[in-house]
Write a protein that binds this ligand. Structure first.
Ligand code: LUZ
Ligand code: MOS
Length: 750
């Protein structure tokens, strides 16, 4: 089945916040944000700005009737700065005017004096100064202290990974208006409508039931709207609350890039020990997470780094420690992979380093350490239904790594200025919110009198195709055609207390809730059909918009059955609630079983480096992916392709740069290079592992959003291998992104 949004997207008919028809009297917001990274506000003068014709009002923290607090895990972030500012781009005031242009002009008329202090941008410096977001955490398995003695080889080093801009096509935005009795309705481009509702209520000092958040769809999010869509929604709601007028605010790209957080940069130390047979005996990592100025989702992201610290390898002695370090950058936030890519890059760097020192191919180390059933993760979960070796072996059959390397060596010996390199990248991604309590979802299904169906869930469609998958589920269970089913907007008044659409889990959680609701409707309707057809309900089956008896089509259509059920006063609406069973985690011991299942796969990536210009190109990506028993291979393929390219961007080109004052220099697409159509590898093959799929996945179709991002990390090591072919003295380093500048240095440095 095609993505149900494809046609409307192609025709430009799909609605985003900025497309919503606006109400009469709508006002427009704009943020006045901190020009400095750290300091104390000495003077703040709004008088000139307020004199500008068309400026209605400028809101500051003093106008907040409830709590000036938007922190979701830790209450450490103001909606609008009070006396101190902590990062460039921190919202200080919300200007509301008759037009966006007037609001922008007013911004220039605001006078501020800030007593500047020296900002911290480096997480290790923050750590030394004791600037931590929360207490540090460690995951441990075996005995790392005694294990080093058993190792024949031990290597230590440092790894850096950079930030990444989400670059959703639709920037952040919200539109609020009052309904009656002081209630407020917010259209928000958010992955977390309940978070927006809850924080808006608490900032306004009113109850949650007075706020309704509605989301049609997002033009991309990638984690950037899991937590950071809230502030803008709340600002518009604050203005609406005071002015009783509709207020709209959609960020422009440079403002969005400056004010919002990114993927967390990490600086890490590793120590890896192997025996003569290349078995990894011990692995230690210390991660310094650059959290930015407030917690945001950093504690949860740090946790996922720990959960994925050993990627898809079994290592008997492990010690992983993570520090979440407070710096004067915009609070960094969720981004596809949610800390896992950073952790995986460190262990893959450690393996690459060991391989380099031992003068062997890294894939020899990777292969023999792959996880298998009954291996224990450092956090106590016992691996089951592991597909690490299966996907690896299938890929090896397809590509023959050794002969591929001979082919690459031949190319390298025949070409002076172009060199190729290959890297393998196994993945193992845990599915579930690591915070166990978040793993539940609900839905509301209405069958209308004419047999058509409306579905509301907590899932947000952000281009990833979750609505298509949900529609398929209902269509399969009801046995009716896709045209008879509509996915409604995601709305907090229809489906309440939702977890954000995140952690790759929306199709599983909401899909399972939907499955439960649809099944109870079907069993109710089967009883009615049995009565009409005068047959036992057990013989009935719903398909092709008809009721079938033992595989034979009856005269009773779905539509007729619904009509009769309605006139028999049968309830044609149902809610479904699903909470992932069997998962648990004890933070006091750092042990448990946090994931419903893992997604596995293996990629082979071939890069070519232009050794004159320092440009890298990813030539071939070949993947064996474990989607389980996918219900939509087209959507899964789209997610894999997008994730891999996004990760190639992270590891080879996207470079977020701040100056010493904490100002973002890479603040536009002219200074921040992202993958484009030319970044697509010539060979991009994806094969799906044939498996039964996992019971805990919806229809045994495994989660897809984030896991394949990890494949793209292999691009870093493929480039590295190409460089090794050019410069025998290349001092191997792990510092992504591998930009052309860094590649040139690596190629020519002796
Ligand atoms: N968001 C979250 C996530 O709140 N918890 C998670 O475990 C998670 N994992 C991946 C992406 N977003
Ligand atoms: Mo996310 S990184 O919002 O799943």
């Amino acid at each position: 089945m095609k993505n149900i949004d494809s046609l409307a997207h192609a025709k430009g008919e799909s609605l985003y916040i900025d497309d919503l028809p606006i109400l009469e009297g709508t006002l427009f917001g704009y943020v006045f944000d901190s020009p400095v990274a750290k300091g104390t506000i000495k003077k703040f003068d709004l008088s000139d700005a307020l004199k500008l014709e068309g400026v209605i009002r400028i809101f500051t923290y003093k106008d907040i009737p409830g709590q000036n607090q938007i922190g979701i895990i830790i209450k450490d972030e103001h909606l609008l700065a009070e006396n101190e500012v902590h990062f460039v781009g921190q919202p200080i005031a919300f200007i509301v005017a008759e037009s966006e242009n007037i609001a922008k002009k007013a911004k220039k008329l605001i006078r501020i004096e800030i007593d500047e202090k020296e900002p911290i941008t480096n997480p290790r410096i923050a750590f030394e100064k004791g600037e931590l977001i929360m207490p540090s955490r460690s995951f441990k398995l075996g005995n790392i202290d005694t294990a080093w003695a058993e190792c024949d080889y031990v290597f230590e080093g440092k790894v850096e990974s950079g930030a990444q801009e989400h670059l959703y096509l639709e920037t952040q935005g919200a539109y609020s208006y009052t309904t009656e009795k002081g209630n407020i309705r917010i259209s928000s481009a958010t992955q977390g409508p309940t978070a927006a509702q809850k924080i808006a209520a608490s900032v306004l000092g009113i109850s949650m039931h007075k706020i309704e958040v509605d989301v049609i769809r997002l033009g991309g999010a990638f984690g950037g709207k899991e937590d950071q869509a809230t502030a803008w929604a709340v600002m518009t709601a604050l203005a609406t609350f005071h002015l009783k007028k509709p207020v709209k605010f959609c960020l422009q790209r440079p403002d969005d890039m400056r004010m919002t957080g990114k993927r967390h940069p990490y600086s890490s130390d590793y120590k890896i020990g192997l025996d003569k047979n290349l078995k990894i005996i011990a692995y230690q990592a210390i991660y310094y997470q650059n959290a930015g100025a407030a917690a945001d989702l950093s504690p949860a992201i740090m946790e996922r780094t720990l959960f994925h610290g050993t990627n898809s390898y079994f290592i008997p002695n492990v010690s992983l420690t993570a520090h979440s370090c407070r710096t004067n950058l915009p609070p960094n936030t969720a981004f596809r992979g949610f800390g896992a890519p950073q952790g995986v890059f460190v262990i893959e760097s450690a393996i690459s380093r060991a391989a380099s020192e031992l003068k062997i191919d890294a894939f020899k180390i990777q292969k023999i350490n792959l996880l298998k059933d009954n291996d224990e993760f450092s956090f106590g979960q016992i691996a089951s239904e592991v597909e690490a070796r299966n996907t690896w072996n299938l890929l090896e059959e397809k590509i023959h790594f050794s002969s591929k390397n001979i082919e690459i060596d031949k190319f390298n010996s025949e070409n002076k200025h172009f060199k190729k390199g290959m890297a393998l990248m196994p993945i193992c991604f845990g599915i579930s919110f690591t915070n166990t309590v978040m793993n539940h979802a609900r839905c509301l299904v209405h069958i209308y009198q004419d047999g058509s169906v409306g579905i509301s869930t907590g899932a947000i469609e952000m281009g990833q195709g979750v609505n298509t998958k949900l529609l398929q589920i209902a269509s399969l269970i009801f046995g009716i055609s896709a045209n008879d089913i509509k996915l409604e907007t995601t709305n907090t008044s229809r489906v309440a207390n939702t977890s954000p659409t995140a952690a790759s889990s929306a199709a599983d959680l909401n899909g399972k809730a939907l499955e439960i609701a649809c099944n109870s409707l079907v069993s109710r309707l089967k009883n009615k059909a049995a009565e009409i057809l005068n047959i036992d309900a057990g013989h009935l089956h719903f398909t092709e918009n008809y009721i079938f008896i033992e595989g034979q089509k009856s005269d009773l259509s779905w539509q007729k059955l619904i009509e009769k059920a309605f006139f028999s006063r049968i309830n044609l609406s149902e809610i479904g609630h699903y909470a992932t069973p069997n998962i648990h985690f004890d933070k006091t011991k750092e042990k448990g079983h946090p994931f419903a299942y893992h997604v596995y796969g293996t990629a082979a990536i071939v890069a070519e480096v232009d050794c004159i210009r320092g440009i890298s190109k990813i030539e071939e990506v070949t993947i064996i992916h474990d989607s389980g028993k996918s219900i939509n291979l087209n959507i899964d393929r789209g997610q894999i392709e997008g994730a891999v390219i996004q990760a190639i961007g992270w590891v080879t080109m996207e470079e977020i740069v701040h100056n010493k004052k904490g100002q973002l220099l890479s603040n536009a697409l002219s200074s921040y290079k992202v993958p484009d159509i030319y970044s697509i590898p010539k060979v991009f093959e994806i094969e799906h592992l044939k498996t039964e799929g996992h019971e805990m996945a919806i229809f045994k179709s495994k989660a897809i959003g984030e896991p394949p991002f990890i494949y793209g990390i292999g691009a870093y090591f493929a480039v590295q291998n190409a460089i090794k072919a050019f410069n025998k003295d290349y001092k191997i380093a792990f510092d992504l992104p591998f930009t052309p500048e860094k590649i040139l240095m690596a190629l020519f440095k002796k």
